[in-house]
Ligand binder design. Structure first.
Ligand SMILES: NC(=O)c1ccc[n+]([C@@H]2O[C@H](COP(=O)([O-])OP(=O)(O)OC[C@H]3O[C@@H](n4cnc5c(N)ncnc54)[C@H](O)[C@@H]3O)[C@@H](O)[C@H]2O)c1
Length: 357
């Protein structure tokens, strides 16, 4: 069977070394215990997938690439400080873009325009809606398979949660609760994608939101830090989502019961009428590896991925709609979002990856 040539752009934590931070993390340890070889980072996921060869990498930091090379067998001559040169010389089929969101759009658009067939882009998708729009245009025009790193869309626990909701045995879905929405680009990007998936990617019709630190963070159109945000999302099919700033966890409330996930997918519960029931047993796998397998499947078959660039755009729109609503004192902001010129521009350097567990 054909193997695909993969390359990582942005070789730091999520690109390559976050696996070393997860040792001791409860969800990871449980999953790793139950599913051997549990990759988290992009590089580890390509390394584990037998249909992909990790052949090259690019980062602005040569010392980070040197460690990447040792860990993932990428020789020095295939480590590039200029991702354009890497794309030209190495012609990868699949590219990861694990930079920060401020550097995402430029790289994704360039890769889509220069022969890459599939892109695994980290969340948050982009630093502005103009950038997100341009990414959709470039990815679709070039027929590139695309997945955003919103892992829970490829997590078997949430697949099971969705299966229970979709079965209708608890009645129709009414309300979704995000208990810990967190900062909009870093954490809510995951949460918004998850509720979209649990609600079958139905479009949202409006949001109303409050950002506790928003007034200090948003300066004209410049968003100087990643703001936390709480609020309401109304979907066009009548489902309402509430995003709180409490602890990590999610709940789907249906007419005759609910499904709850807490401790980041470690604890699950089904409530039927007023009776608590155990959550069905499911096979735990690596969501990162599943994202890569999904891209490989799309390249093999031409079928769409589970994510896709439109779905990525929809969750990104919710991030920007939350900020726009805050700026309008919590007023309802209608979707599709029009005319947002907000742009994330943090004054910060790259983070230091942990090279050893
Ligand atoms: N899906 C998840 O669970 C998860 C977890 C952690 C981080 N993330 C996301 O992954 C992304 C990266 O996070 P991180 O903590 O690894 O960030 P980081 O700051 O540690 O790493 C970003 C890397 O990109 C490199 N870079 C910047 N511009 C570049 C360019 N033009 N060409 C090549 N390399 C370039 C930097 O040098 C740096 O090494 C963020 O968007 C973050 O939200 C996702």
């Amino acid at each position: 069977m054909q193997t695909y040539r993969a390359a990582v752009i942005g070789c730091s934590r999520m690109g390559a070394f976050i696996d070393n931070e997860r040792v001791g993390h409860l969800a990871f340890e449980v999953a790793n215990y139950l599913a051997q070889n549990f990759p988290v980072s992009h590089a580890a996921s390509f390394f584990a997938e037998e249909r992909t060869d990790l052949i090259a990498c690019s980062d602005l930091r040569t010392e980070v690439m040197a460690e990447f090379g040792k860990r993932y067998n990428v020789p020095a001559e295939r480590q590039y400080t200029d991702y354009r040169e890497m794309l030209e010389n190495e012609q990868p089929d699949i590219v990861s873009v694990a930079t920060q969101p401020e550097q995402r759009a430029e790289v994704v658009i360039y890769a889509a325009e220069h022969g890459v067939k599939a892109i695994y882009a980290e969340k948050a998708m982009a630093a502005s809606m103009d950038e997100a729009d341009a990414m959709v245009e470039a990815v679709e025009r070039n027929g590139v398979a695309f997945n955003l790193g919103t892992n829970r869309r490829w997590d078997t626990g949430f697949d099971k949660m969705k299966e229970i909701i979709d079965s209708g045995e608890l009645g129709a879905l009414r309300t979704l609760i995000i208990y810990g929405n967190g900062s909009l680009f870093n954490t809510a990007s995951h949460n918004f994608d998850l509720i979209l998936r649990l609600n079958n990617d139905e479009p949202a019709s409006w949001v109303s939101a409050h950002l506790p630190e928003g007034d200090n963070i948003i300066d004209g159109n410049i968003v100087r830090e990643d703001p936390s945000g709480q609020g309401i999302i109304q979907f066009s099919n009548g489902v309402t989502a509430h995003a709180l700033l409490a602890q990590l966890g999610w709940e789907a409330i249906c007419e005759r019961g609910s499904v709850t996930s807490s401790r980041d997918g470690v604890m699950w519960q089904v409530r039927r009428q007023n009776r608590l029931e155990p959550f069905p047993i499911f096979e735990r796998t690596s969501s990162g590896a599943n994202i890569v397998t999904d891209l490989v499947h799309a390249l093999d078959t031409g079928e769409p991925t589970r994510g896709g660039v439109r779905v990525a755009h929809a969750s990104t729109e919710l991030i920007f709609a939350f900020m726009e609503s805050h700026l309008r004192n919590g007023a309802r902001v209608d979707l599709p979002l029009k005319g947002s010129k907000l742009c994330l521009q943090r004054d910060r350097g790259p983070r230091q990856p942990r090279f050893k567990p």
